[in-house]
Write a protein that binds this ligand. Structure first.
Ligand SMILES: *Cc1c(COP(=O)(O)O)cnc(C)c1O
Length: 388
């Protein structure tokens, strides 16, 4: 049997070796604690679950949903963007439901990129920023994110020959995996860069509601010209504890939205209407729950940052996301440090190198663990981890 090159060419899964070691440890009876995955452990807010239960019982949600989404869903997303970011969206032409942000990121590659095109992708970054372009026959070109540049890409430094071939750019703030947030005019510069170079921008807004210490994240669409420059992939997964529901929305540039809709009519048949209706509840009155959730993550973040400091690893406390991006001690690579933490503390962390070459030298630790398990992980790190 012959398999398609477009799939065979995808880079190998870098967690494979770590996974083998985890399985080995578990077999040997070690109670392994995973800080490796970014999937909220807290349940979806009760009001959203109740609305979903009510909607599932209504026969009019049982048929094919419209690919455009329900009017009420599109209006709820637009109302949220208006209230939360001061961004006006036309619910008819500037909002499209997605089966999660990941689906949007993968499919916008198909609606925007031709073979031979370049896609600019943040490095370290969400793996689909590079696998998406590869699947579309395009070439991902990495934009390094480094601590010296506040984990922002150096837009001015992108070569003319790359700019002229690029027809898409992916980045996301608050940032996975680095936890970086935007505190300057980056979104303005990003929109200007997209317009000046005719490169459509995709800002992947997966974490805007998860911030701490008084920081409030903005939307890319707040920047002047942003709606001419591109779109934002908005997701309820992380900010409303709804990863399993598969719900998000593409918002912004009407042309890009229309093209994505055209593509999607050939691939999926829309987002379950009951999920759309429940999501309206989340967007309309989830504020109190979101605030409570942020408190939980902040408490966990502080626990973890203090434990790392106690073993001699100083990490600035991130002001957003569900991750702590931890520089590995001297003499270690991302993978060797991940192995040391597993070996000595029985704790799983993600090697930064699995998010791109510029993730080398870091590991990502996730805060999506019940407090008692995180406390246990933290106390093991404090007691057993010898980084000297
Ligand atoms: C989690 C995550 C997503 C995927 O979100 P879904 O809406 O669940 O598909 C997209 N981008 C980034 C950066 C993420 O961390």
């Amino acid at each position: 049997m012959r398999f398609a090159e477009r799939v065979s060419q995808l880079p190998p899964y870098l967690f494979a070796e770590l996974e083998r070691k985890i399985a080995e440890k578990r077999e040997a009876g070690v109670d392994v604690i995973s800080l490796g995955i970014g999937d909220p452990d807290l349940p979806t807010f009760p009001a959203v679950v109740e609305e979903a239960q009510r909607q599932v019982a209504l026969p009019d949600t049982h048929r094919y949903p419209s690919n455009r989404g329900r009017t009420a869903f599109r209006e709820a997303v637009a109302a949220f963007y208006d209230r939360r970011f001061g961004v006006g969206l036309d619910p008819e032409t500037e909002v499209l439901p997605l089966l999660g942000g990941k689906e949007g990121v993968a499919h916008v590659c198909w609606s925007m990129l031709d073979p031979g095109d370049v896609c600019l992708a943040a490095d370290p970054g969400y793996p689909v920023y590079t696998s998406g372009p590869l699947l579309a026959g395009a070439e991902p070109v990495l934009m390094p994110l480094t601590a010296e540049h506040a984990f922002q890409p150096d837009l001015e430094g992108i070569a003319a020959g790359v700019r002229s071939r690029a027809n898409l750019l992916f980045c996301n703030y608050p940032n996975n995996p680095t936890g970086a947030v935007i505190e300057d005019d980056f979104f303005e510069r990003l929109a200007r860069f997209g317009l000046d170079n005719d490169i459509p921008i995709v800002h992947d807004n997966a974490y805007s509601e998860i911030t701490f210490d008084g920081y409030v994240a903005g939307s890319f669409l707040e920047a002047p010209g942003a709606k001419e420059a591109g779109i934002e992939m908005f997701s309820l997964s992380k900010s409303w504890n709804m990863t399993g529901w598969r719900v998000g929305a593409a918002v912004g540039n009407a042309g890009m939205i229309d093209q994505l809709w055209k593509l999607k009519t050939n691939i999926d048949s829309g987002l379950f209407d009951a999920v759309q209706m429940a999501s309206i509840r989340a967007l309309a009155d989830g504020r109190g729950f979101v605030a409570e959730m942020c408190d939980t993550y902040r408490r966990r973040r502080d626990l973890l940052v203090e434990a790392l400091a106690a073993v001699g690893i100083d990490v600035p406390a991130p002001r957003g996301t569900i991750y702590v991006w931890v520089p590995v001690p001297a003499g270690h690579t991302s993978v060797s440090f991940a192995e040391l933490v597993l070996e000595q503390a029985g704790v799983v962390v993600s090697p930064g190198s699995s998010y791109g070459p510029n993730g080398e030298g870091y590991v990502r630790m996730s805060l999506t663990l019940p407090d008692d398990r995180l406390r246990e992980a933290v106390s093991r790190i404090e007691q057993h981890l010898r980084v000297g």
